[in-house]
Design a protein around this ligand. Sequence first.
Ligand code: AMP
Length: 214
Amino acid sequence: MRIIIFGAPGVGKGTQAKMIALELDIAHISTGDILRAAIKNETELGLKAKSIVESGGLVPDDIVAGMLKDALKEDRCKNGYILDGYPRTLAQAEILSKIFEELGPETIHLIKLEAKDEVMVQRISNRLVCNTCGNILTKDVVTDNFTCPKCQSQNSYYKRKDDDEEVIKNRLKLYHEQTAPVFDFYKNKSHVIEIDGTGTIEEIKIAILSALKN
Ligand code: AMP
């Protein structure tokens, strides 16, 4: 199964992509997660990408394309995958079309999550991440003796550098200028599923899964 989850930063792509991948037994490929891991491990890629990611910019298309191609070769992709954070520019959409052409024809399901910018800013300002398992948390659940509900690690969480308020504005600007037009690219080339991203996590998951089944 070939799925792309699309939408602005903070709309809930990562949260939904993880659940959908688990439910359908497919791989979750998040270019943001790959970049953050590379930055954490100080790899060559991480050192190149660090300042760009932390300032909310876009990593050059050729670098991200290389990462994606490597990820798609992994064994975990054999049943299919959900791409989260890719493609983010029209050039990346063109690159992805070539990759898909080489892999052979298959329906692309494009899930578009929608919400107003104010909702995204509010959500991102409230977001924390478990340092151990990457689970997405909110400030209100993190109390003095916090235990991650997913991996049970204690008091181990961080705020993403690019979740800073000024950086969020830059990321949303780039989304509207460079990423939003990618939707038009896919309109007639894919099975488009448009979902209101302001419902509860569970409601959104159910809506996505039922649309995928149809
Ligand atoms: P995300 O986790 O998807 O919000 O991505 C975090 C950051 O990683 C973005 O703000 C970009 O700096 C970088 N990034 C992730 N995916 C891409 C991509 N497809 N193209 C360029 N930069 C990306």
